[in-house]
Design a protein around this ligand. Structure first.
Ligand code: 5GP
Ligand code: MN
Length: 324
């Protein structure tokens, strides 16, 4: 941990010790890093005898329902006083969805994240773009507070890190990432159970959706760009949910000549969620920021309020300069 990070964690800890009611919020369409981070930090702060509220923003995808205490992430109406609001893995206030309004109610906002595009919307901003995942930062935070990492906490941190590193494969995986993973394994987590739940648990509906998406795969710019889409009609045909599109984008990037993978998800007729991944040299966070989104250099996203065809044209227009 760098000295600056360590000081920031100490500062956050000081405020936590002085507080009672702490909210930890998930972000819209939460992923494994987000859910694992919320649960692990929540369990840790409960050990300090704090009132911890884990706020649900969107539904928890079924992949993560195996996590310990996942049911604690729920809607909490009427929280009278919020001493501290902790945002995890959320690069801007919009990512907090319906819980964004609580920011004004909170006496203190702690913002812990690893997105390069984070807007520093907290009072205390602990942003490390070199961390593989927010889970990695939460590990450091819990350690710096001297709270013991038990099996449940370790399971959630491991899930967070594994999710955001593509199972320790992406370039964001560092020596430190592996050291943390080793420590979590020593705590006695059930690695097999975690891996089966995360990576070997695909439903038939999800499989059918994958086949359909691949059947309509589009390639552009000498096969350097792969694009797939998930429409509401496809979901209906396959009896699948949008969360079943998980995994498609990384498959697209895995195609040999592909540098940029694009997945368009039609949530509504005029609400298209775009996911982008790159392999070696394109900064997809930059492309997504043109449309008000953001993320990381190799993984980013945005939402375009147009039809899916229009969204596709807009995106392809935006990236064509990069492949001239
Ligand atoms: P995904 O494609 O898995 O939804 O997101 C990839 C990365 O981009 C994640 O790190 C996520 O936080 C970020 N991201 C996705 N959508 C948005 C968005 O609309 N705004 C911002 N700022 N980041 C996003
Ligand atoms: Mn993350």
């Amino acid at each position: 941990m760098t000295p600056t990070l360590e000081m920031q964690f100490k500062n956050a800890y000081r405020h936590i010790l002085d507080s009672q009611n702490i909210c930890i919020a998930s972000h819209v369409q939460p992923d494994g890093d987000n859910i694992g981070s919320i649960l692990s930090l929540g369990m840790a702060l409960k050990k300090l005898n704090k009132n911890v509220y884990l706020l649900k923003t969107d539904e928890i995808p079924s992949d993560y329902k195996f996590l310990p205490n996942v049911n604690l992430i729920k809607d909490h109406d009427n929280i009278d006083e919020i001493d501290i609001f902790i945002a995890l893995d959320s690069s801007d206030e919009e990512r907090l969805g319906k819980n964004k309004d609580l920011l004004t109610k909170a006496k203190l906002i702690i913002n812990i994240d690893h997105h390069i595009s984070n807007t520093n919307f907290g009072h205390i901003n602990i942003i490390d773009k070199d961390a593989s995942s927010t889970g990695e930062l939460v590990y450091d935070f819990i350690k710096s507070m001297n709270i013991s990492i038990d099996k449940d906490i370790a399971t959630c941190i491991y899930t967070a890190i594994s999710s955001d590193t593509g199972s320790f494969m992406y370039d964001n995986t560092s020596a430190k990432t592996h050291e943390i993973a080793a420590d979590l394994i020593k705590v006695g987590i059930d690695k097999e159970k975690i891996n089966i739940n995360l990576y070997q648990n695909k439903s038939l509906e999800r499989t059918r959706l994958f086949i359909k998406a691949m059947d309509n795969l589009e390639l552009y710019f000498e096969n350097k760009v792969a694009l797939a889409q998930i429409t509401q009609e496809m979901l209906e045909d396959c009896n699948a949910k949008m969360e079943d599109s998980e995994g498609i984008i990384s498959f697209l990037r895995g195609i040999s000549p592909v540098e940029v993978a694009i997945l368009l998800k039609e949530f509504k007729d005029d609400e298209i969620k775009v996911s982008m991944r790159s392999k070696r040299y394109i900064d997809v966070s930059k492309i997504c920021s043109v449309f008000g989104g953001g993320g990381h250099i190799r993984a980013a996203g945005c939402t375009i309020n147009e039809s899916i065809d229009k969204a596709k044209t807009l995106i392809l227009n935006e990236i064509k300069e990069l492949f001239r």
